[in-house]
Each structure stands twice: as structure tokens, then as C-alpha cells.
Ligand binder design. Structure first.
Ligand SMILES: [Mn+2]
Length: 420
């Protein structure tokens, strides 16, 4: 039996992007988070007394790696080395072999695969060979060899054969299509476990014979990487299916949350309604801070109030007050308004009055996309002055639609108020 941890795509030292309100303190904590998650994995290896650690590429985020990042990484591996736990690792498209400092001395018991051909190291326990571990690193970031073909098990293999590979199985989706390979090709190679890297979403592609696994990244870095992030702890047993257990390691999770404000009529309960929605998504995440993008939805009497200029900014400020002083903070990045007024619009449309006319013209506009274009074109004609025209040109089609949508609800809201 062997027990190991499989991680990859650490992207240490990633600068965080795509947040609406990153102040310097938050940026620093986000940068630390990739390191802290890796440290968690190292501690896990020690606490669980695993046989070895596998790292499947993209250890660093960029080819220009900071000295601090490289030394920090080596320092963590030393902890395993001292305890006699080997590390096997390959380099990916973000940290190809030619980007590593030549002077960087790796600790004893750390095996980094070369880039010229698929090699193997044999892991021994009590003097007996237990596992052959195969791999190859990207030499440069423009890796375009078909690497899978080169994985061939040696003659007289050890009990287990494990392959480390950084690349894309099937289609890449959001990821760049590096070293694409087919599931069928991987399956018939006779290996027990394919330790993959590159795709950031953790995923057991195939559970056994062979097991094919993407551990994802241990710490999400933007709203494209939401939810729990972690590594896999794996036990291989002869004549048994592998045990593959996901272990969350993120320090900060990115979450998109929808808070339904239906039937909410008191502003006092607004923040608790939002926090309840967050709790529902993050409730089982221990020891993790959260950066939240929240969409407010539902029919509510607060609709008009929320749509007043500046109100969502005020709400954000209130929700985020004092959060950064806490280790496990809940920080709201953005509020998206999708509420509806607390009124029966269908009934209002039935009436034979001005409000009904207004509502029906907006409906007509929404039903036929070309009508938007027509309207925008008309607007351009209306705006006689050059400066006004330029203002209008600054907005994209989507933005113009959004402005119009806001105008609709402002009007409806005002009309409802006037009626009651
Ligand atoms: Mn990656």
C-alpha cells in the first residue's frame, strides 16, 4: 500500500486581478494565501505521514519568479526532506524549466523531472521498490510535443506505476489548450494513477484502472475560480480501487451568491438576509475567509430604495465595515441588483392608463432586440451637440441596455408611489 498527496497549479505569488475594490491590505493577504495553502499541504503530508508528495506543474505563476517565491517554496520542501518524505515534481507552462534559477538548490529527496524525455524515479520503502514515478517537465512555455506517447512503463515495473503530466484532457474549456491528449490514449498505457495538472478545477476524471485526477489549484485567485480549492490524498492498494479524498486548502474562497429578498420590507433585515445567503454557500467551509459577489433578487418593497444612486455603495461599506481586521473575513466585492418592485406588473398593464402604456412600451422594446438599436440610433439624432454624442459613444450596447433597464424601474417605482 502507498499513500501520497497530489497537488498542482500552486501559482505561488500570483498577483490578484479582477476585484472591484482591492485595497493594499487585501492585495497582500490574497498574495499570501497561495503560500499559506501550500504550507497547509506540507503540514498535511507530515501529519498524515504520507509516503511522498506529487506536484504537477505551475508551481509559480509567472516565468519571472521572485527570489522570495523560489526560496519560500524550497523552504517548505525542506520540511518534508528532513522527515524523509520525497517530493516528485514537474514544471508546467507557467514555470517551464528554463525559468527556474539555476543556482536554486533543491533539497535532498526532491526530484524534479527534466524536459528532454520522460524519465522515472523508483520510490522504495524498507528497501523494496514500491512505485515507479514517471514524468517530464515543460522546457519552455511553448510546449507542443505529444507527451502522452512518450509514457511507457518500464520492464519489470514496481507494484505501482504513477505518471505526472501537465496538460489538457479532452477540450480545454477556459484553459489554454496545452499538450492536449485523449482519455482513451491515457487509459491503455497500463499505469495505476495519472497525476495531472493544468486544469484548475479539481476533478477525478476516471476513478480506477487507471485513476486519472486533476487536483485543481489549492487557492482560488479570482471569480473564475470560485468554491472550495484543495488537493487529493490518495491511497493505492493492490487489488482494491484507489481511495481518492479531496481536502480543501484555500484560505480565501471566492463565491457568487444570490440573496432572494422576496417579501422583505424592512431595511433592518437586509444585511441578515444577505448573510444567510452567504452562510448557505460557505457554511461548511472551516477556517476560510470569503470574497463575495452578491446578486439581490426577488420582489421587494425595498426595490426603489436599493435603486437610488449611491445606495449599493453605502450598503457595501456597511457590510464590509471592520471585516479586514478579522482573519476569516467576509468581504463583499460587488452587489448586483436584480430585484423587482413589490407590485403586480401584469395587473398594472391591464389598466387603461399612462402606467400601462409605459410598461407595455418597455415590453415591446424587450421583445425585439432590433428595437433597441433603433432607439439608440434615434437618441443619437436627438443629441445635437458633439460633447453629448461623445458621452453616448462611451457606452457599450450592453451598458446602454442596462441604463434603460434602470430607467424602467425608476419610472415604474415612481408611478407606483404616485398611485398609492
Ligand atoms: Mn495552472
Amino acid at each position: 500500500m502507498i499513500k501520497f498527496i497530489h497537488t498542482g497549479d500552486l501559482h505561488l505569488d500570483t498577483p490578484f486581478k479582477g476585484l472591484s475594490n482591492v485595497n493594499r491590505e487585501l492585495a497582500g493577504r490574497l498574495k499570501d494565501a497561495t503560500f499559506k495553502s501550500f504550507r497547509k499541504i506540507i503540514n498535511l503530508c507530515i501529519d498524515e505521514d504520507v509516503d511522498f508528495l506529487l506536484i504537477t506543474g505551475d508551481i509559480f505563476d509567472s516565468e519571472i519568479q521572485s527570489l522570495a517565491a523560489q526560496l519560500g517554496f524550497v523552504k517548505e520542501l525542506e520540511k518534508l526532506s528532513k522527515r524523509g518524505i520525497p517530493t516528485y515534481m514537474i514544471c508546467g507552462n507557467h514555470d517551464p524549466l528554463n525559468s527556474w534559477m539555476e543556482e536554486l538548490k533543491l533539497p535532498e529527496n526532491v526530484f524534479r523531472f527534466g524536459a528532454s524525455e520522460v524519465e522515472y524515479f523508483t520510490f522504495e520503502k524498507d528497501g523494496k521498490p514500491l512505485a515507479d514515478i514517471y514524468g517530464i517537465s515543460y522546457g519552455t512555455k511553448n510546449e507542443n510535443r505529444n507527451l502522452v506517447d512518450a509514457y511507457v512503463r518500464k520492464e519489470n515495473p514496481a507494484h505501482f506505476s504513477i505518471a505526472l503530466l501537465h496538460g489538457t484532457i479532452g477540450s480545454a474549456g477556459a484553459h489554454e489548450n496545452y499538450v492536449p491528449f485523449r482519455l482513451e490514449d491515457v487509459k491503455r498505457k497500463g499505469f495505476d494513477y495519472w497525476a495531472l495538472g493544468h486544469i484548475h478545477k479539481h476533478h477525478v476524471v476516471h476513478p480506477a484502472h487507471p485513476a486519472i485526477v486533476y487536483p485543481g489549484n489549492p487557492q482560488g485567485r479570482d471569480f473564475g475560480e470560485t468554491g472550495q480549492r484543495g488537493c487529493y490524498m490518495v491511497t493505492l492498494n493492490e487489488n482494491q480501487a484507489p481511495e481518492i479524498t479531496f481536502i480543501p486548502t484555500q484560505f480565501i474562497s471566492f463565491e457568487e451568491v444570490v440573496a432572494d429578498l422576496s417579501s422583505l420590507d424592512s431595511i433592518g433585515e437586509l444585511s441578515s438576509r444577505i448573510h444567510d445567503a452567504v452562510q448557505e454557500i460557505t457554511g461548511n467551509q472551516q477556517n476560510s475567509a470569503g470574497i463575495i459577489r452578491v446578486t439581490l433578487s426577488g420582489r421587494t418593497a425595498l426595490h426603489g430604495l436599493l435603486h437610488r444612486p449611491g445606495e449599493t455603495e453605502n450598503l457595501l461599506k456597511m457590510l464590509n465595515e471592520g471585516q479586514l481586521q478579522q482573519e476569516y473575513f467576509t468581504l463583499f466585492d460587488r452587489i448586483v441588483l436584480q430585484t423587482l418592485p413589490d407590485a403586480d406588473l401584469d395587473e398594472m398593464k391591464e389598466a387603461n392608463d399612462f402606467t400601462a402604456e409605459i410598461l407595455k412600451s418597455f415590453d415591446n422594446l424587450n421583445a425585439v432586440p432590433e428595437k433597441y438599436q433603433e432607439l439608440f440610433h434615434q437618441l443619437e439624432q436627438e443629441f445635437g451637440s458633439q460633447p453629448a454624442k461623445r458621452e453616448l459613444d462611451d457606452f457599450s450596447y450592453e451598458e446602454k441596455k442596462e441604463i434603460l433597464e434602470n430607467a424602467r424601474w425608476l419610472l415604474v417605482d415612481q408611478l407606483i408611489k404616485d398611485k398609492s
